[in-house]
Design a protein around this ligand. Structure first.
Ligand code: FAD
Ligand code: SF4
Ligand code: SF4
Length: 478
């Protein structure tokens, strides 16, 4: 398409290009991806909305500082290869980030077009354009293997294969180091594989990135739990020169209310792992069962809660209630995910808090007791504190409860590495710029350092850690 030169005023008048998506009634009966992607014309129209700002505030809003105006301009001018190469200079997982980044809180929040329209939803759709560029590259076939420098003879162990671990593996391998990823599960990818459902992030995308790393010469050892099969000290004894710990925040938190040990109560992690990783929706064709329920209650208001609720619908539930103690405005989930959940029929029980889970005579969940809440003064997070309304308890019949109120750091590696300092939440303490820990040769990043965070923040830390590891292996200076 010949790009027509538009004035700023004309550009600001173009509405954001909506991405086509699967119809809500159809998609609850399948696990296929919901948003279907931009066509070339759609992407170029959306790219026209970018003002190519000189100071580009959007770039500061992206944790890995992608050159956003440059990649968007390349799309506008039909130079898609250049566009994806620009993105990949700082982000090795653009097809993932374009789909799951909380853009309205990051790059799009600071976009001048959104600000001029006084509505972040009307910002340039940076994430959707990033997905377009990444999907375009996938359609061209196999990705090019990046240049690997001559072997240094140094060995790097990466513990955990989520976005932080994958980033470090790529960036240290490119320097010529010998890299091995140790992963506890039978499939690599971390939350991208076992947590985020297929309908939001097709697994083939993650597997393609893992395959690219293997083509680069990275060794992958699955079913390998560091802290059980080898400790960090034993990895050094085996000849590794540096270790990057990226074991994530996989420890589910519970509400500690009566009835949480009843049959039919799942942590979101277990529920999603059964559904995503073990494909429990195909049971008995697969090995892992999952309780099929008519009425499901999900506790929580974040992305994990939305994923659990939408998965329960796809597993055939007739009523899925999302119980959240604040109002919709305070929900930490991405706006798009809340909208999708509502379109699909998830019933929001807002300003309500579960206080008890009741069981039947066989020990199975029968109903939940909730109390109504109202919003009081803001708390330390800046959000208005929910306060229980006395005497407003009520019962709702359900067969399955999914607790999705958050995750804590995985304790195994710190508990088997005595000289690795952790903070009061059990997160590994690491220097902000170098991600160096208290133990010589050990770096850490992602959720195990940040607490449950985001894909791009985990990758951003991976980037910094890889730079520091490469420097350490070159100079030997700690
Ligand atoms: P993880 O992705 O958690 O990977 C850690 C890996 O380490 C896992 O594979 C684990 O098996 C492995 N491991 C753990 N212990 C050991 C051990 N001892 N030995 C070997 N391997 C080990 N973020 C977003 O940006 N957008 C979203 O939409 C979004 N949705 C989410 C939905 C769900 C259901 C969940 C759970 C999280 C979501 N997040 C989202 C958060 C995001 O996925 C995480 O912040 C990110 O994956 C953290 O990356 P990581 O590399 O630190 O760890
Ligand atoms: Fe925005 Fe995430 Fe892409 Fe950065 S990586 S430009 S924050 S979508
Ligand atoms: Fe384009 Fe918005 Fe970035 Fe300006 S702030 S360069 S309009 S994406």
């Amino acid at each position: 398409m010949e790009a027509k030169k538009l004035t700023t005023k004309e550009k600001l008048q173009i509405p954001p290009v909506m991405m086509p998506q699967q119809d809500a009634h159809e998609r609850v009966h399948n696990v296929n991806e919901v948003p279907l992607g931009y066509t070339v014309d759609m992407a170029q129209t959306e790219a026209q909305r970018c003002l190519q700002c000189k100071n580009a505030p959007c770039v500061k809003g992206c944790p890995v500082e992608i050159d956003i105006p440059a990649f968007i301009n390349a799309i506008l001018e039909g130079r898609n290869r250049e566009s994806i190469n620009t993105i990949k200079q700082t982000n090795i997982l653009p097809a993932v980030c374009g789909r799951v980044c909380p853009q309205e809180e990051q790059c799009q929040k600071t976009c001048v077009v959104g600000k001029s329209n006084k509505d972040v939803a009307k910002a340039v759709q940076i994430g959707k354009l990033e997905r377009f560029a990444a999907d375009w590259e996938m359609e061209q076939g196999e990705a090019e293997v990046p240049v690997i420098k001559a072997s240094t003879g140094k060995r790097v162990a990466v513990v955990g294969s989520g976005p932080a671990g994958l980033t470090v593996a790529a960036d240290t391998r490119r320097e010529g180091h010998d890299v091995t990823i140790f992963e506890a599960l039978h499939k690599p990818g971390g939350v991208l594989i076992y947590g985020i459902p297929e309908f939001r992030l097709p697994k083939r995308i993650v597997m393609r990135e893992v395959k690219n790393l293997q083509k680069m010469g990275v060794t992958l050892r699955t079913n390998y739990v560091v802290g059980k099969l080898s400790t960090i000290d034993e990895l050094f004894d085996e000849g590794f020169d540096a270790v990057f710990v990226a074991t994530g925040a996989g420890l589910p938190l519970f509400m500690h209310i009566p009835g949480e040990n009843l049959n039919g109560v799942y942590s979101a992690n277990e529920y999603l792992t059964r559904a995503n990783l073990m494909q429990a929706y195909s049971f008995p064709n697969t090995d892992t069962p999952i309780a099929r329920a008519k009425n499901v209650a999900v506790f929580g208001g974040g992305n994990v809660a939305m994923d659990s609720a939408r998965t329960a619908l796809r597993l055939g539930a007739e009523n899925v209630y999302l119980v959240y103690r604040r109002s919709k405005k305070e929900m930490p989930a991405r706006v798009e995910e809340v909208e999708h959940a509502e379109e699909e029929g998830v019933q929001m029980m807002l300003l309500q808090n579960p206080v008890k889970i009741l069981g039947d005579q066989n020990g199975w969940v029968k109903e939940i007791e909730c109390i109504k809440m109202e919003l009081g003064e803001p708390d330390e997070s800046g959000r208005r504190r929910p306060v229980a309304v006395k005497g407003s308890e009520f019962l709702t019949p359900v067969d399955v409860v999914i607790v999705a109120i958050g995750n804590a750091s995985n304790p195994l590696v710190p508990s088997t590495t005595p000289d690795l300092a952790v903070n009061k939440w059990g997160n590994i303490v690491a220097a902000e710029e170098t991600l160096r820990t208290s133990k010589k040769g050990v770096f850490a990043g992602g959720d195990i350092v940040l607490g449950a965070a985001t894909v791009i923040l985990a990758m951003g830390q991976g980037r910094k850690a890889a730079r520091a590891i490469n420097e350490y292996l070159k100079t030997g200076v700690w």
